[in-house]
Design a protein around this ligand. Sequence first.
Ligand SMILES: [Zn+2]
Length: 301
Amino acid sequence: MKHYAGIDIGGTSTTIGLVSEEGSIIDRSIIQIADFASDSIDLFIEQMALEVEKLAEKHECKIQGVGIGAPNGNYYNGTIEYAPNMPWKDVHPIAPVLEKRLSCPAVLTNDANAGAIGEMQFGVAKDLKDFIYITLGTGLGSGIVAGGEVIYGHDGFAGEMGHSILVPDGRNCTCGRKGCLEAYVSLRGILETYRDLGGTGETTPKDIAIRAQNGDELCVEVYRKTGNWLGLKLADAATYTSPKAYVFFGGIAAASDLFFPSLIETMEFNIHNLYRDKIQILKSGLPLNDAAVLGSAALVM
Ligand SMILES: [Zn+2]
């Protein structure tokens, strides 16, 4: 049996998983990003390499390749570029350094693309050739698959649906612009919507979801609006690649019963006739804690 390393680089921690070719995670180790200073990217890469070696040694296997999912990851040159929420700004080669260091192929892409690949290999998208994968968490990420291939674009950055404009001159976005979809449909966006609608006090999107499930009208409205906004953009997105499905993943997707109805209603109302009643709305088939590692490993398989 062949073994691969799947690495999920996140804003707070990085998970290194040892993955079998059938898609089970045999073991994993975690690096805390807070342990590294802004000038220590080399140390961080070396730490990832050491963790891969340790896992391979512990389970007495040879690593065939390393797949990496990272925010603002560039598939073509294996770099992380100007990633928000990371200590390292600018452009940093990750995959080429790991490839040399570990003497095996290393491939990197953004976390949503890695998720889409994992979903094709092991999840609900096994039989889908045209779909858009959407991660709903701190931000809104998307991976576009057309004809069975992830679309990377000419520079490696295709699929940033979270930064398409929903409201001209609207809410501030982390990208420095205004009115992006992500500023409305994300954990951060949900909190802002809660306050905009008159909600007060310390709360979390999860708490708002629980209150909505218990019938709190304001909280129901927060998720209903979230679904409306996303549905509108998904009606638009259909015109680009005519997807057979939108596949949802992430913490917010767990509250799908609260926003899928308004999402579907708004999407179908606004969508062009050619695409109406044709697009499936699906939830990821992969466990929340495993998807990113599996997707990253699938990238290099
Ligand atoms: Zn933005």
